[in-house]
Design a protein around this ligand. Sequence first.
Ligand code: SF4
Length: 235
Amino acid sequence: MKGVAVPADAVDSAAREASVPADPRLRITEIFHSIQGEADAVGWPTVFVRLTGCPLRCVWCDTEYSFHGGEWRTIDGVLAEVARHGARHVCVTGGEPLSQKRCLILLASLCDAGYEVSLETSGALDVSEVDPRVRKVLDLKAPGSGEASRNLWSNLAALLPHDQVKIVVADRADYDWARERVAEHALAARCQVLFSPVHGRVAPRELAEWILADCLPVRMQLQLHKLLWGEQPGR
Ligand code: SF4
């Protein structure tokens, strides 16, 4: 008997669905309730879901403990723990959360559950498949990070007005690089641009004075959680 021709895209879609297990799992370093210390949602009580693993090694990284270890958790289990904290805001972070492909499922599930969801990502991995309801906080790595070659510039095309680009500045050379990238890519016309000093490397007042002297259309931020709790993990 002759078979019925099945369109190729239907086959692809069925294969994709078949490859996602009924209870997809993610490797999780920690889930905790704190005050959002950065970006647009600064100050809001927020549940943080920190995924394990990162392919980058920024020299000033403050979450190296998330590179390895962690615990396999089902997405349903993560949703249940997030709900237990009773917050409206959820931040999915890392490490680099997108280094686990199933992060995309978690993000969509959190949006479906009605949370205000943000994603902190290194800017080195493709963000085009992130649910558009998610507020992306996309890093651009300046030279002082040691990882500037990892910036995936095509990500800029996936930015939405509610997203944010974050550049962490370790010295004056980083600041000059950041100012040039803001102009070159018209970043401030796409979304909010955040400049943040590396703790202990640039005095916050110095960064503020550079921004003011250049009249840059960027928003300076300090890490509120570090002012409140210092370097403690889980805060
Ligand atoms: S991308 Fe983030 S988690 Fe990864 S090394 Fe850089 S600062 Fe650390």
